[in-house]
Write a new protein. Structure first.
Length: 368
């Protein structure tokens, strides 16, 4: 190989070592992923095949390569070493290399897609929704990850309840107009989502149950592909572009119908009713305790032992993506998320987290 080709080959090897989910994808999907990660390069099909083949051989031998992730772990999101079971006495490179090894192993071994038993669910479940990446509340996301690191050993579930991705590029409301950020493409949005998922991966235990539900924003892709003309030149779906199955997420993509059940009977879903008293509306119709997002509001409604939790949003409401909203509309919105502690009897104990205007929040006596 000449120096130019050799340089590109090293980039390919590093890419496939860091993102092993692409080893299971075809060449076109790999080219797409590479275009997001390395927009300044053009990679020939044969070179991609050769690099994939080499990494597959390495994987069979049990080799783990982490050089690309060491830098990421060192400079992004400081995480308490003790929380991840790492010895503080180790030198810095070893610490970050071990974390990277754990992440590589986790990403290359998807978790089972069946609902875990009640006993396997006992512990902390993180409920998030309406993140609208790349228009998310960055400080809130960072705070949630720091909180998760502090409670790492307790986490048994991580649940994204719809509209994690904004998919602004496919908005039917803005046909013929620029996206919220002029020049931003769907590929740019997918890349930002992958970056956020990568960061969350670092604070989710390998055995945690991970779910991803489409919201009405991810459904923009379904609606786009429902057009005959658009279907002739298909775009990658959120599930494909975000490597959700490869990451080990249990995915459901019918946003108005789908739900997951936590513990005995606690349902989580994107949200159905949008009225002022949406908590009561959900409980009246479903007759089971539940949590949902969709409205960007926070609300709790109780009847006896049942409760409905509208847990808020993780979006940045000041971003250009929400310029459509009037001031009175935004005044009703609230950042928030929830934590559901499942006990050994399968009962849900929900804490709705209220977020300050600067993106900070309190949990367990600590400000994040």
């Amino acid at each position: 190989m000449n120096n130019g080709v050799k340089g590109k080959y090293e980039v390919l090897l590093s890419f496939f070592r860091r993102k092993k989910g692409y080893l299971k994808k075809g060449n076109e999907a790999c080219k797409y992923g590479l275009s997001l990660a390395h927009p300044g390069y053009f990679f020939e099909s044969e070179l991609i095949k050769q690099a994939r083949k080499e990494i597959k051989k390495e994987s069979k031998k049990g080799a783990v390569y982490v050089e690309g992730l060491v830098e990421d772990f060192r400079y992004t999101n400081t995480i308490n070493q003790e929380k991840l079971g790492l010895r503080a006495t180790m030198n810095e490179d070893s610490i970050y290399a071990m974390r990277a090894q754990k992440l590589n192993k986790r990403l290359s071994t998807p978790t089972p897609k069946d609902t875990p038993s009640i006993q396997d669910q006992v512990g902390m479940h993180i409920l998030l929704g309406c993140n609208h990446v790349p228009f998310h509340n960055k400080k809130l996301h960072d705070g949630i990850r720091r909180m998760m690191a502090d409670h790492y050993s307790k986490i048994k579930g991580f649940h994204l309840m719809g509209d994690f991705a904004d998919i602004n590029a496919l908005s039917s409301h803005d046909k013929g107009k620029f996206t919220a950020v002029k020049g931003m493409t769907l590929n740019d949005e997918y890349e930002a989502c992958n970056d956020e998922l990568d960061l969350f991966e670092r604070v989710i235990p390998a055995d945690a149950w991970k779910t991803y539900m489409y919201g009405n924003h991810e459904d923009r892709h379904n609606r786009w592909m429902g057009s005959m003309d658009n279907a002739k030149t298909p775009l990658m779906s959120p599930m494909e572009a975000l490597l959700l199955e490869e990451r080990g997420y249990h995915v459901k993509n019918k946003w108005s119908q789908d739900f997951f059940t936590l513990g005995n009977d606690f349902e989580i879903f994107h949200g159905i009713y949008f009225s002022v008293h949406n908590g009561k509306a959900h409980l009246d119709k479903l007759r089971t305790s539940c949590a949902y997002v969709h409205t960007h509001r926070q609300q709790t409604y109780r009847e006896g032992k049942m409760a409905a939790y509208n847990i808020g949003a993780c979006a940045d409401f000041n971003s250009k993506a929400f310029n459509y909203a009037t001031r009175p509309m935004k005044s009703q919105w609230a950042n928030g998320f929830a934590i559901n502690m499942i006990d050994s009897m399968g009962r849900s104990n929900v804490t709705s987290i209220y977020v300050n205007s600067d993106g900070s929040f309190w949990f367990g006596g600590k400000l994040y």
